[in-house]
Design a binder for this molecule. Sequence first.
Ligand code: NAP
Length: 537
Amino acid sequence: MITGKNYIGSQLIANGNKTYKTFNPQLNIENPWIFTEATSDEINLAVDLASMAYDTYKNYSGNQKADFLNAIADEILALGDELLEVYCTESGLSRGRAEGERGRTIMQLRSFADMVAEGSWVEAAIDTALPDRQPIPKTDLRKMLIPLGPVVVFGSSNFPFAYSTAGGDTASALAAGCPVIVKSHPMHVGTGEMVASAVIKAAKQTNMPEGIFSNLNDSGITVGSSLVKHPQVKGVGFTGSIKGGRALFDLASQRPEPIPVFAEMGSINPVVLLPQALEEQSTVWAAQFASSITVGSGQFCTNPGLLLGLKSDSLNEFISQLSEEIVKTVPSCMLHPSIRNNFMTGKKELQQQDEVITLTEIKTEDAPNFAEQTLLSVEGKTFLENTSLHQEVFGPLSIIVQCENETELIAILDKLEGQLTGTVIALDSELGKYTEVVASLQNRVGRLIFNGVPTGVEVCPSMLHGGPYPASSDPRFTAVGIHAVKRWVRPFSYQNWPNVLLPTALQNENPLGISRLVNNKQTHLPIALCLEKPSFV
Ligand code: NAP
């Protein structure tokens, strides 16, 4: 049941008087539930509880944390069809998408559970003492990753499960040992409350400390801003627009104690189309890119918003095929009227720029919140000079840039802002001739794709989902896959610390049996055996 209240720890509280509703974009009506915004007292209570929970939770074993994460996954599944129905009602997304995204969310929670249960993720490094070393003795030093403290998570509109309440940021922060306070996304607060109820139920079942998780409602930016400024908050996870991510990043930097903000933001995901590949397979690529641009109404951070080609007959052929293909796709519902309004405004702004040609555009007057997929075209020189054409328009829109030559193509790539992905469509034999193009692309992106489309993010350790600013606020980290945990920890050293008082991960006996770097060699062995057999592996 949806109550409309905030979870302050395990308590459902709503003492505020500001209320709001979510919207059903398919039916174009408001949803029935009434949500109450968190008050400043409720915000402070949630953070105080999280801070107290941190002191306990940071010392919990990997197995205890794994039990909690697995219990969250189980409880989300136990919410069954009702959760999926609320998801669809609040997002306009399909039942199939809801099931797929729930599956991904469950899988994320379980992979973090496996990681903490195994334990080696803490990157334990041990350098044993050398008391006889000359001219001065070497002391015993041991280092590992420890959690930062309470973390605030902002979810995005387009992933009500996987990048929201119990999505990748929350799962990775809980795995790291950080309590989490979620600022629920205003477009899917009901979905958020239901998922939060699953987290709270799991916390009770697995004896987690009170305050390990809170879920706060907010129709605007007051609650989120207060949370980021709160002195006891030690990190922020954000998925959303560049504007929102940058505002929170600036707020966090202005604090007396600045804290890290890991913001995953917008991207136009440039695609370089090399001539021979188009000559041989333009029909195939036109069909694939029409689908990639329009899938999910283009509401993916990896949507290909920019196609770059070298002027040629094969590029002309590709453009006319893509124009034909893209209008064949049946338009679909966008997430919310305001997302559609932003799409329509952004699209219009691009169309009004000098020398931008609209190749195709679908009209959806009878379906108020449906997307109007659009393909634009512009000369390389114009694109190079007008950086307002480089901005993300969130939705099914792509701009084809026709470059005079390779030099112009490289100049454009060099001028792009940071991106999540960069794609190259090429024949194997032709790639070697364009090494400078590939090098320029690599400088601007977090992931290179060869002969594929950028939509779709595999959740696995080798995935890098992030990139140079503004794709993300810190290109050294990924938001997807188990290495996302590294955003919520800091390295910490113990010098000459008594063995029994060390965390188990650093004790001589290696009671967890984890992989550790001992005197510069990776091993599972206890210290005594390492010292006995210095040539161990
Ligand atoms: P959004 O408008 O930035 O909202 C994200 C969240 O941040 C919302 O809860 C929003 O609250 C809050 N927020 C925004 N500005 C804020 C501010 N100045 N202060 C405090 N809170 C603020 O983005 P969205 O529409 O939900 O998501 C679409 C965007 O997300 C697209 O640009 C897409 O590319 C990007 N995205 C990126 C990734 C990635 O992994 N890189 C993944 C998915 C989506 P309010 O709604 O109340 O303002």
